[in-house]
Write a protein that binds this ligand. Structure first.
Ligand SMILES: C[S@@+](CC[C@H](N)C(=O)[O-])C[C@H]1O[C@@H](n2cnc3c(N)ncnc32)[C@H](O)[C@@H]1O
Length: 225
């Protein structure tokens, strides 16, 4: 089946997906988040300190590494999931980062984000854009919170041409575990993701240009400046 249109997935993960995703990140993949923080340092040349907003921060595994990479930064993480925020607060405490990272539940665009507008030096997000039914809600949140000369780093998936290709990509990654909730969630995420051309159109609509769009692999896109 062709995937000309996105197949939306829910904002919030089901309980079993949630536990697998977050336990995986917490116990196995936590150190891998370091690479994301290094990619921010490499691509967002104008950013080295200040306030960071992480949209859809999950359990705050990336913010912890961002805080380590950028020693003079203060990070606000927001996420629609109360559970993720609670997990995240525990992780932040374990890493003695309470004074550097603040987490808050906000289901965008329905729950207002409390923070003062347009005062973030960097707006960051990983793997949250494709969860938004209307991507413009995501991009307006970026725009409304970003300083005029602020940096942006958004990493997300790319929707494959067909559902068969999406299934193959899931198989390549999960092999014999394709029926696990985390593998199904990955398949759904691929089907809900955007293509580079669509992202460019969205950025034009919200007037969030100039922005660079890097197709980093068959499944990963980075939108940054
Ligand atoms: C795939 S997880 C990524 C979590 C984290 N950024 C990471 O890379 O590990 C996507 C996150 O986006 C959050 N999310 C999805 N839709 C959202 C919305 N409308 N508002 C706020 N958070 C949202 C979900 O609750 C989930 O924690």
């Amino acid at each position: 089946m062709d995937l000309n249109k996105r197949i939306l997935e829910p904002s919030l993960m089901e309980d079993d997906e949630f536990l697998e995703y977050y336990e995986y990140n917490r116990h196995i993949g936590l150190d891998k988040q370091d690479g994301v923080a290094k990619a921010v340092a490499k691509l967002c040349k104008n950013f080295n300190s200040g306030k960071v907003l992480d949209i859809g921060c999950g359990i705050a595994n990336v913010p912890i590494y961002l805080a380590q990479q950028f020693e003079s930064s203060f990070i606000v993480g927001i996420d629609a999931s109360e559970k993720a925020i609670e997990f995240g607060k525990g992780l932040v405490k374990e890493h003695y980062m309470n004074d550097r990272i603040v987490l808050s539940k906000a289901h965008l665009p329905y729950e207002n984000f409390w923070h003062k507008k347009k005062d973030f030096n960097l707006v960051f997000s990983r793997s949250a854009l494709h969860h938004f039914a209307n991507p413009l809600d995501f991009w307006y949140t970026v725009k409304d919170n970003l300083k005029e000369d602020g940096s942006v780093f958004v990493l997300d998936l790319i929707r494959p041409e067909t559902s068969e290709r999406a299934a193959r990509l899931v198989y390549d990654r999960f092999k014999g575990e394709v029926n696990k909730p985390i593998a199904r969630a990955f398949y759904n995420s691929l089907c809900a993701a955007h293509r580079a051309k669509e992202v460019k159109e969205h950025l034009e609509i919200v007037s969030l240009l100039p922005m660079k769009i890097l197709v980093n692999s068959e499944i990963h896109i980075i939108i940054y400046r």
